[in-house]
Structure formats: C-alpha cells, structure tokens
Design a protein around this ligand. Structure first.
Ligand code: MG
Length: 386
C-alpha cells in the first residue's frame, strides 16, 4: 500500500480564554489527512489526525518538508506488509538534525498519528484496539479516567462564573477538575481555589495549573500557601525545562506535582526523570504524543518511565481530545483530560463518547473516530475533497 497525498488544513481554535501565560485567541491546529491507495466501500481510506491543542498549526513544516519525504519514502511497510507509523515518522524526519524540538515535533506527530487512524480504519476497529495490539496491552476496558480541565481566566472573570462552570462539569459526569492559577494575585487565586473546592467537594478532586508561569521563589510562595490543601496536583509550576526548579519545589511541596506537556521529545522526558525529582506513584507525567513526534516516540517515553521505576498509570497526557482518549485507553495510562465545550472544533469528546462518574468511553467507530465529532465534520469533508 502507498500514501498518495498528505493534506493539511490550519484551523483556528474557538473561544476567548487565557491562562497565566497565553491567550488562546490566535491559536491554531493542523488537521492532517493521509490519502492512501486502499479502497473500502468504493472510497479511498483516509487517515486523519491533528497535532494538539493550545499551540499553533504547522502548515509550513508539513507542506514544505515532511509531506514530500513521506510520500516519496521507499519503505513505509513493516515486515508483515502493514503501514508502519514508526517508519512514517522516520521518513518525515529525513535530514533533520537531533535536538531543538519545537514546532517540528508537532508537525511530525500529526502525520504519525494520522497513520494510526489509517491503520485502524484498514483493520476496521477503533484506534485504541490497534494501539493495544501494537504495544501488546491487554485492553481491559474501552474507557479511562477523565477530568475536566477548565477554570480559565475569562474576560469579565468572576468567581461565580468559575463555580457555574465547575457545576456544569459535575452535571456532565465529571468528578475531578483542574483550574488555572498564576494569572492573578495569590490572594485572588486562593479565592478561586477555595471556591472551586466548594464545588469539587474534596481536595483530591481539584488540580491547579500555573502553565510554567513561576520562578522558583514564586512557586515556593504558592506551594507554602496551598500545601495544606493536598490538592490532586500542582501543574507546571515553573519553566517546563527547569528540572532543578521542579526538584527543589517537590522537596518543599511534598504533595503531587504534574508536568511534561511542554517536553516534546523522548530525551527531554528522560531528563525530567533523571533530574526533575519526580516520584514513583505520586507525581503525574503529561507528555502529549501530539506535541512530541507521535505515538512511536511516546511509547519510547513509556519504556523509559517504566525502566526508571515509574508506573504508566502516572501518565495523563495533555490535550483533552479524541486522539489522546484512544491512546490513554489503548496504552492503559492513568487517564486523560477533557476541555468540555471549549477549544472547538477539537476539544472535548464526541456524542459517541459517554462520560459517567469520572470515566469516559472511547467511540467504537474505526480509527480515532474524528468523524463522530460533529464540529469536525465540515473540515474532514473539505480535506477529503467531497
Ligand atoms: Mg497544563
């Protein structure tokens, strides 16, 4: 089989949100289509995927460098003659130097992940089944633990708005939540946290995310004030590559820390394990396959984690969307996040997914099931050329 063409569409994210560091108003996502020469039901089989949420599309890198390399590659099939996501990623990286993992890692990821969608569709099964089989997982369930990530700083930000938002998540079946901190004064953030706790019911149901905003002194200040709450976790307190800050903060804070969404490669993740002070069975790893070269690279990260004594259940990838849901289910990770109602057309899940008592069930449609998400329908149609 061959990949005939790769199409990309850069799509803006809906919503007017901000965290402590960025506004999402001008963020975009690259939706990618891999057109194969395989025909099912009289139509070519197409693999779809995107990089992730909260960054930018990579039309330039995909169109000017990666697509041609993949289409012209001599060998994209494994020994059994099946399309190999690993070989697709290798082809996309031809003539690229190591290191400097920036937007390139998301561009490669979009193509590599679309390969998984294509593979699953050729097997006529949901992507989590294809993933579980490829990585020899037992696949005990089609569902995984999920929490609602929200609590952004909206224009006209108010405590009442935050409480209403979390109440809506409760009504939708979520039992755990994450809110942003670091975008206001410590006093105001404490007010936000205390108000959110009223809705969440207990501190283990509420995580806070500083989006890498703090230097060590600021992180320690927040840690001192929130430590007694023993929250679900304190996410990205400082610069994601400042492993020393992470380690020193963990020494003081003691309660769970989460980080990793801005580490875009296996080696960056390995350095977090080596130098960041992360603790087995306590802290949370959030590396996101869609930002870090795709699932092949992510599987390597899991190997490193388990070799270093961590548990894959400590992994909850950044990016609340269908692709990471399938990955969390297929690889038996600790769970995934969701951005209900925001970051459309990519955020949250489709009507085919059931959220119940803090668990979400992946759709049974072939592939990642992006076709089951109505917000994506016209974009997929456009890429298909219907
Ligand atoms: Mg985060």
């Amino acid at each position: 089989m061959r990949i005939l063409e790769i199409r990309e569409k850069t799509i803006p994210l809906g919503g007017h949100l901000r965290n402590a560091v960025v506004s999402f108003n001008d963020h975009t996502v690259s939706l990618v289509a891999l057109l194969s020469d395989q025909i099912r039901g009289g139509k070519p089989v197409i693999g779809f995927a995107f990089n992730s949420i909260g960054r930018f599309g990579q039309a330039g890198i995909i169109n000017e460098r990666l697509s041609e390399r993949v289409i012209n590659a001599d060998e994209l099939l494994d020994q059994e003659g099946h399309l190999s996501p690993s070989l697709v990623a290798t082809a996309a990286m031809k003539n690229e130097k190591p290191g400097g993992h920036g937007d390139r890692s998301g561009a490669v990821a979009a193509i590599e992940l679309a390969t998984w969608d294509l593979k699953a569709k050729l097997r006529d099964e949901p992507a989590y089944a294809t993933i579980a089989s490829a990585f020899q997982r037992s696949l005990s369930a089609a569902s995984t633990s999920v929490y609602a990530a929200g609590g952004y700083y909206y224009p006209g930000d108010s405590i009442e708005l935050l409480k209403t938002e979390l109440r809506e998540y409760l009504d939708q079946g979520y039992t755990a939540f994450k809110i942003k901190i670091g975008g206001a004064s410590l006093d105001h953030d404490m007010h936000r946290i205390e108000s959110a706790l009223e809705i969440a019911g207990n501190s283990r149901a509420l995580a806070v995310d500083a989006n890498g905003r703090f230097d060590l002194k600021q992180a320690l200040n927040y840690a001192k004030v929130i430590r007694h709450l023993n929250l679900r976790w304190f996410e990205e307190p400082g610069d994601p590559l400042d492993f020393q800050l992470n380690r020193l903060l963990i020494d003081e804070y003691q309660a769970p820390i989460a980080t990793g969404e801005n580490l875009f490669s296996r080696i960056d993740s390995l350095n977090l394990m080596r130098f960041g002070g992360m603790r087995p069975d306590i802290d949370v790893f959030q590396m996101d396959p869609g930002l870090s070269y795709g699932l092949t690279e992510y599987a390597g990260i899991l190997t490193d984690l388990e070799t270093a004594g961590f548990n894959r259940r400590q992994c909850r990838p950044h990016g609340g969307h269908l692709i990471n849901l399938h990955i969390a289910v297929g690889l038996e990770l600790g769970g995934c996040e969701a951005y209900p109602g925001v970051f459309q057309p990519f955020g949250g899940y489709s009507d085919a997914c059931r959220v119940q008592e803090g668990w979400v069930t992946a759709p049974s449609a072939p592939g990642f099931g992006l076709e089951t998400k109505s917000e994506l329908t016209h974009h997929l149609k456009e890429l298909r050329g219907d």
